[in-house]
Write a protein that binds this ligand. Structure first.
Ligand code: FES
Length: 156
């Protein structure tokens, strides 16, 4: 075997080895349990986000101009006190729950009808935070809320 043939063989070997390594790295990343995936199914829509104002141990959220203006509507509430799922269950009542998935901590931000869906592995919760589909086992924490004027107040 000449030097030129040896160089080509080394180059081919390195190219093949690098490709195999990269493919295995991508495959490993894709199967990681903490990698977000398209879990949840095809009817899942991503909820819009409302900003919550933290004051007096509560989070206040404006209703008008958001999905909360309609009964059945829900939003993700982002605030300095945490992230919550807030849904309007009647003209005067709302449900407020923690948005951090009890499985591995992803922010639950999907909705399939009246079911919240975690984007990471597809856990499903009802509007009260109870698990209706795993892999999560524990319910999301529920908070009391009140409604006055145009504002929902989530009591922490
Ligand atoms: S983090 Fe796994 S289902 Fe939510």
């Amino acid at each position: 075997m000449s030097d030129a043939e040896t160089l080509i063989s080394r180059r081919q070997f390195c190219t093949g080895a690098c490709s195999a390594t990269l493919l295995s790295l991508f495959a490993a990343c894709g199967s990681s349990p903490s990698s977000p995936s398209s879990g949840g199914g095809s009817n899942v829509t991503t909820l819009s986000t409302s900003t919550g104002k933290f004051t007096n141990n509560s989070v206040q959220v404006a209703v008008s101009g958001s999905a909360l203006a309609t009964v059945g509507g829900a939003v993700v509430v982002d605030s300095v006190a945490g992230v919550f799922l807030l849904a309007r269950t009647s003209d005067s009542a709302f449900s407020a729950i923690e948005a951090v998935c009890t499985h591995e901590g992803c922010t639950v931000n999907g909705s399939d009808g009246a079911i919240y869906v975690c984007p990471c592995h597809g856990s499903r919760y009802d509007r009260d935070g109870h698990v209706v589909g795993g892999p999560a086992q524990a319910s999301l924490r529920q908070y009391k809320s009140s409604f006055a004027g145009d504002t929902v107040t989530i009591a922490l």
